[in-house]
Design a protein around this ligand. Structure first.
Ligand SMILES: Nc1nc2c(ncn2[C@@H]2O[C@H](COP(=O)(O)OP(=O)(O)OP(=O)(O)O)[C@@H](O)[C@H]2O)c(=O)[nH]1
Ligand SMILES: [Mg+2]
Length: 625
């Protein structure tokens, strides 16, 4: 019998006939872990070994990381759904990001699943984000399965990691049932899982078995009407916005009327145009979305995460999870520099405003507010990386913006200003320990605990969030890229004194024009350059770093005096030291409070907030007074 459902898209169309109507055959699972511990690689294997691909079909590594920036950065940014079939079961899998800045993505999917697979790297062990995501899962009452990954690596210590995970369960007050989680050991890369280190690993079957045994089938509400909490919003060029979530009760099919019940009580009506299932790397049309399954529903012009879809007009809204509030804030403003509008075609405050507010609707951990004037907006987020991803997306869409450095969000508690503090976990080679301790102390961090083994030291400190800005970069510098750093929000504490995260000042251009090799060679003797020859500069643009703490005005446009014997450009052959080029997140963390990052589709420049030298000086004096 031919497949009755039309396969919609796109990458690898798959048709599977046996839609489970029994919720007892469904398992809904989120894969959670610290960054890079192997979640997406594990999903690759689940897809491969459940047989959804043809034998000879080429599949990309980390196939679920489908966004451009995910592939470029090698990390997952958005949580995404897929499903695999194993024996008679439909296993819905949600791959989540492990980077702390994208923790909101993990929080929002907790209501969509009935269990979690906690992946732990068998060398790095539980890290800050392991604690964060596990805590979220445990407090949502979900049952975990633990996968100790990367045991193919020579430095793996699986037994030790099992102990550390159990300790973490205890610390996080796991219930007895949660504590008795099954442990599996294996390699997502090589595609095997086993119940004990002594047994032989062949395939992922033990993992599939553990999921089916351990993760309970979805609980169906005793209610004949369709009800679903929107946990994600997807987009398709064919059908527009798609609401994704777990069906809590009833059924839904194309043509049905549904009401979007907002948390504020409003309930607009819409008509369902399509119902989907996420399978392998494609979506597949479903005749009917049944209770317990994770599905996509289209037919809405508007729909937001956290809303409830209901088959009746007076349906009750399902409470959404509490999302941790953002800890840092940055300003986004209209590019008012002299080179504005050269590269980008979306430069007005109206366009920027619209784009930012649209982002906040699908990105649950970002908040956007209007700023002090109509050309500035305040974006609150979890960290510089999250903002850098947003800015990068915007520049690719043709936007130009000015972005400030992150400042922490303070709170007034009992009449006193408080700021966020975090626990910092650091693992560094012993010979780099001194430098790292100094960096932590400079940033007002206090070391709480330290242990050393095999020439490596593990260190735990409490540090203001302010002090964390740019710390990762500094630690990577000190340890030549070897240090492992992670951090976790702890609590609000009274504001401490000033923290200087940058000891150096800047070299600031006094002139507008093109940079000259001759001038840069002179400037190079004063500090490090951020630009090369032949680049456009303007007054107030930062062209380099001054090792001293103050700013130094320089003129990068000065040409060599022309004599009869030598022309102005004749010294081009004498090479300059290659300039330092910042990544977007590094630039955002680098700039000082009186500086901005100018981002256009083609270029990234650093500049003073106030471009005019004299005005800047006057303002600085006023502030000192
Ligand atoms: N040796 C080895 N490497 C692995 C294994 N699993 C994953 N890796 C590698 O670890 C790196 C990170 O893997 P990902 O699957 O992207 O990790 P992730 O947990 O999805 O990372 P985020 O989504 O960014 O949090 C990649 O380079 C993988 O190839 C494994 O079992 N053994
Ligand atoms: Mg991933």
């Amino acid at each position: 019998m031919p497949c009755q459902r039309e396969c919609m898209s796109i990458l690898f169309p798959v048709c599977m006939n046996s839609t489970p109507t029994l919720s007892t055959n469904i398992r809904n699972l989120a894969i959670i872990a610290h960054v890079d511990h192997g979640k997406t690689t594990l999903v690759d294997q689940l897809l491969r070994q459940s047989g959804v691909f043809r034998e000879n079909q080429a599949i990309d590594e980390r196939a679920m990381d489908s966004m451009d920036q995910e592939r470029e950065r090698g990390i997952t940014i958005k949580a995404k759904n897929t499903s695999v079939r194993w024996k008679d079961y439909l296993i819905n899998v949600v791959d989540t990001p492990g980077h702390a800045d994208f923790g909101g993505e993990v929080e929002r999917v907790m209501k969509m699943v009935d269990g979690v697979m906690l992946v732990v790297d068998s060398h790095e062990g539980p890290q800050a984000q392991t604690r964060f995501v596990l805590q979220k899962a445990l407090s949502a009452g979900l049952l975990p399965v633990v996968f100790v990954n990367k045991i193919d690596r020579p430095n793996a210590q699986p037994a030790k990691m099992q102990d550390l995970v159990l300790e973490l369960f205890l610390e996080l007050d796991a219930t007895d049932e949660q504590f008795n989680a099954p442990f599996l050991f294996g390699s997502a890369k090589e595609g095997f899982a086993k119940k004990s280190m002594e047994s032989e690993g062949r395939d992922m079957i033990p993992l599939f078995e553990a999921i089916v045994d351990r993760v309970p089938p979805p609980v169906i509400e005793d209610n004949p009407n369709f009800r679903m909490l929107v946990s994600n919003v997807d987009w398709s060029d064919y059908v527009g916005r798609i609401a994704v979530g777990k069906v809590l009760s009833g059924k839904v099919k194309a043509g049905d009327p549904v009401w979007r019940i907002g948390q504020n009580g409003s309930s607009p009506r819409a008509k369902v145009t399509k119902v989907f299932e996420y399978s392998a790397l494609a979506t597949q049309d479903l005749a009917e979305g049944v209770a317990g399954n994770i599905i996509g529903v289209s037919g809405f012009e508007e729909v937001d995460i956290g809303e409830t879809l209901s088959g009746v007009a007076d349906g009750e809204p399902v409470p959404f999870v509490q999302i941790d509030p953002p800890t840092v804030m940055m300003s986004f403003s209209v590019n008012d520099g002299p080179l504005a509008g050269r590269d980008g075609d979306r430069v007005t405050s109206r366009e920027i405003r619209e784009r930012l507010f649209r982002e906040a609707r699908t990105n649950v951990s970002i908040k956007v507010e209007d700023g002090d004037d109509s050309t500035e907006f305040k974006v609150s987020a979890r960290g510089a990386m999250q903002v850098a991803v947003l800015v990068e997306t915007m520049r690719r869409e043709g936007f130009e913006v000015l972005v400030s450095r992150p400042s922490v969000i303070r709170k007034e508690i009992d009449g006193r200003q408080h700021e966020p503090y975090e626990t910092l976990y650091l693992e560094v080679p012993d010979d780099c320990l001194g430098g790292c301790m100094q960096a932590i102390a400079n940033r007002k961090g206090q070391v709480q605990d330290m242990s050393s083994s095999n020439d490596w030291t593990r260190l735990e400190a409490i540090i203001p969030t302010r002090g964390l800005i740019g710390l990762e970069f500094e630690v990577l510098n000190i340890t030549s890229g070897q240090g492992i750093l992670s951090h976790l929000f702890l609590e609000y504490r009274p504001v401490t004194g000033e923290i200087r995260t940058r000891q150096s000042g800047t070299l600031v251009s006094m002139e507008k024009g093109e940079s000259m090799t001759y001038a840069l060679r002179n400037i190079e003797t004063r500090g490090k350059l951020f630009i090369g020859a032949g680049e456009e500069v303007y007054e107030g643009m930062i062209v380099g770093e001054n090792p001293r703490s103050e700013d130094l005005p320089v003129n990068p446009t000065k040409a060599k005096h022309v004599t009869n014997h030598r022309a102005a450009g004749s010294d081009k052959s004498e090479a300059l030291t290659p300039p330092i080029r910042f990544s977007l997140e590094r630039a955002i963390e680098y700039v000082g409070p009186d500086e901005l990052v100018e981002v256009t589709p083609k270029l990234l420049r650093l500049r003073k907030r106030i471009l005019d030298f004299n005005v800047r000086k006057r303002e600085a004096k006023k502030e000192m007074a």
